[in-house]
Design a protein around this ligand. Structure first.
Ligand SMILES: [Zn+2]
Length: 210
């Protein structure tokens, strides 16, 4: 089956176009391999782009590239059951001998690495190399082939079932704050306990008197 390309680059207008808004007049380029695309809008086929010539463009590369575009062009993403704002999206971030698909800054996780899994799972060696970083893994393996850009966008940014947050050791500052909170709660519980004992003792004493 030929590779359906969910988004074309319109060279004339310098913009990305969905097959739904494409025309037969304009020419489009593959966002991944930059090869020429043909726009197909038959009666049987859903509107889509396909490569004009035989190409070594792969589904894996194409979806990675589109997922990166999505991360670059948006500002919010689901992390830990909450949609959070992010800034400073960077693509192809080098860590040692490895490259991550992207990294973003959220309030809670500055420098959060994003790894999009299209066909190959993250290797243990890579996980080890990233062992002191927080990683948001977005696993799209169960959804192949994704041939619609809006579906891909939802899967990358919002679907709870595609993501797995791998958090590392917390920052020392955060640990300190957390410990202080525990101490305060502990002291409050202790005082509440003492207070209750004093109260019941005094009630019992009063009862005995009558
Ligand atoms: Zn291509």
């Amino acid at each position: 089956m030929s590779l359906k390309v969910p988004l074309g680059f319109d060279k004339t207008n310098n913009t990305y176009v969905s097959p739904l808004n494409a025309t037969k007049i304009d020419s489009y380029q593959c966002p991944s391999c930059e090869g020429d695309l043909t726009f197909r809008a038959g009666d049987i086929n859903v509107k889509h782009f396909a490569h004009k010539k035989d190409t070594d463009c792969s589904y894996d590369n194409l979806i990675h590239k589109l997922a990166q575009l999505i991360i670059l062009e948006n500002t919010e993403i689901l992390v830990n059951d909450a949609i959070v704002k992010y800034t400073n999206p960077r693509l192809e971030v080098t860590v040692g001998n490895y490259r991550c698909d992207a990294s973003i800054d959220t309030d809670r996780y500055p420098g959060l690495m994003i790894e999009v899994v299209v066909t190959n799972a993250l290797t243990n060696d890579k996980l080890k190399a990233l062992s002191n970083l927080n990683i948001l893994e977005i696993d799209l393996r169960g959804y192949a082939p994704i041939d619609d850009f809006d579906t891909l966008k939802k899967l990358v940014l919002y679907a709870p079932e595609t993501r797995n947050l791998i958090t590392r050791e917390r920052e020392p500052d955060e640990v300190k704050k957390d410990d202080l909170f525990k101490i305060i709660v502990g002291v409050l519980i202790l005082f509440a306990g003492l207070g209750a004992r004093v109260y019941y003792k005094s009630r019992n004493r009063k009862k005995r008197r009558y």
